[in-house]
Design a protein around this ligand. Structure first.
Ligand SMILES: Nc1ncnc2c1ncn2[C@@H]1O[C@H](COP(=O)(O)OP(=O)(O)OP(=O)(O)O)[C@@H](O)[C@H]1O
Ligand SMILES: CC(=O)N[C@H]1[C@@H]2OC[C@@H](O2)[C@@H](O)[C@@H]1O[C@H](C)C(=O)O
Length: 403
């Protein structure tokens, strides 16, 4: 506790942000130097790596990932095991970067989401209105395994304060990437796509902060990856969208997929592969008689679905022809076919990568969790609209001590 009080007083802190997303591609590890806190926060990214998961890691997580029925014993075993694996991966990065664990002030660990259950999605009759989400990889195992104080399990506080436990990007995006003059959209194209809307902070409107918010928009890469894996077991994604580029979207299947009420629901909203999985796709194919659609056509349809989901959410928030600066991040930002579809749907928007703002697109989410840990230890709850748009004024994360 004494160490934590010291950390809070330091002008800057060295924090490792960890993110393991829905794509199960690997653990993102971002070593950050964070100066100050709140709106005065300044970031220096010292090192970044994605430690790829071995097939065996993915196989074990998939035993429970987004599944309604699993072995409770297996789930219990995975919780410390993932924590231990993540600790090992962090130590491997530190060794490579020639940084001693004692030179790092904090670890910020998101853990592995295995089930996301916002009320609109589970609709369980015994728990009406209850939002829930579960991340595995207990932070005590990271703290003891690395010797670094660890902040983990960020999402529960957001739910306790009235949110859905996601997206949490709002807080870090607002602190780090707001512009005094530019109206921005920070678009993350991960397994699930989401965005943060950031109005200019110098706007005449003193309510500006209260207009900043984040929402999921629907699938990003999750369905694309699932279809690629089902057809080509040796591949994990459609590199540069080459397969999708060889065909065009099937209009009836696309319309059927977009018929899901999620796409018209009010913002903000969250979702996951529990909803946007192969069962959803196969049901829509059965209803439209498109079961025999070749894989290229399927992928082209799914790229269009992801882009349309983003465009619909942007239009719900900002009107039919929004003209603002969009900064993309996440793995989908490397997919030229997806980016071209987005530009087609939002022609008045100017698309760039978050690299243009000094944030490497693959590192962004891991950096955001380092920012959240910085706020947990050194910040004060700051208001982004005090509960409007479900952005509660809270600090998030639980603290695990190594001893
Ligand atoms: N060159 C590329 N071409 C096409 N797609 C790509 C490329 N590089 C990465 N991707 C896609 O990005 C995915 C990984 O994205 P990312 O790491 O942002 O997801 P995540 O963080 O796991 O997801 P989430 O943000 O939903 O938790 C890959 O599975 C793949 O679908
Ligand atoms: C429950 C959960 O893990 N959600 C993730 C997921 O991946 C993208 C999207 O769905 C987003 O809502 C969230 O992650 C980011 C980092 C967030 O909370 O902002």
């Amino acid at each position: 506790m004494h160490r934590l009080a010291q950390l809070a007083q330091q002008p800057s802190r060295r924090i490792i942000g960890l993110m393991s997303g829905t794509s199960l591609d690997g653990l993102d590890v971002a070593l950050c130097r964070l100066h100050g806190h709140g709106t005065a926060t300044r970031l220096e990214l010292e090192h970044f790596a994605t430690v790829p998961y071995e097939e065996e890691f993915r196989r074990r997580v998939r035993q429970v990932f987004a599944r309604e029925q699993v072995s409770l014993e297996y789930l219990t075993l995975l919780n410390p095991w993932i924590g231990q694996q993540h600790a090992r991966m962090v130590l491997g990065c530190l060794y490579e970067w020639q940084v001693a664990p004692a030179e790092v002030d904090l670890l910020a660990s998101h853990g592995q989401t295995v089930y996301h259950a916002p009320a609109h999605q589970h609709q369980h009759p015994e728990f009406p209105g209850l939002n829930a989400t579960l991340q595995l990889g207990d932070a005590d195992h990271l703290a003891v395994g690395t010797g670094i104080i660890t902040v983990g399990d960020f999402r529960q506080k957001h739910i306790a304060a009235g949110g859905e436990g996601a997206p949490l990007a709002t807080y870090g995006d607002f602190l780090l990437l707001s512009s005094p003059t530019e109206e921005r959209l920070l678009l993350n194209l991960g397994g699930i796509a989401n965005f943060t809307y950031l109005p200019p902070t110098n706007s005449e409107n003193t309510q500006t902060a209260s207009a900043a918010f984040s929402t999921d928009t629907g699938p990003g890469n999750t369905l694309l990856d699932a279809v690629v894996r089902a057809h080509f077991p040796q591949l994990s994604f459609d590199e540069d969208g080459r397969l999708a580029a060889a065909s065009t979207a099937h209009p009836n299947l696309l319309a059927e997929l977009l018929n899901h009420p999620f796409f018209a629901a009010a913002l903000p909203k969250t979702t996951g592969p529990e909803l946007f999985g192969l069962a959803y796709l196969h049901a829509a194919q059965a209803r439209t008689g498109t079961q025999a659609l070749p894989v290229e056509g399927l992928l082209a349809t799914l790229v269009e679905l992801s882009a349309t989901g983003v465009a619909r959410a942007v239009q719900l928030a900002l009107g039919e022809q929004p003209a603002l600066a969009v900064y993309a991040s996440g793995g989908g930002a490397h997919n030229p076919v997806l980016l071209a579809a987005l530009q087609r749907h939002l022609p008045a928007c100017n698309f760039a990568s978050t690299a243009a703002l000094g944030v490497p697109p693959d590192a962004k989410e891991a950096i955001l969790f380092a920012l959240l840990a910085n706020e947990a230890v050194a910040g004060r709850p700051f208001s982004i609209g005090a509960g409007r748009q479900r952005v509660p004024a809270i600090r998030m994360g639980k603290i695990s001590l190594p001893d």
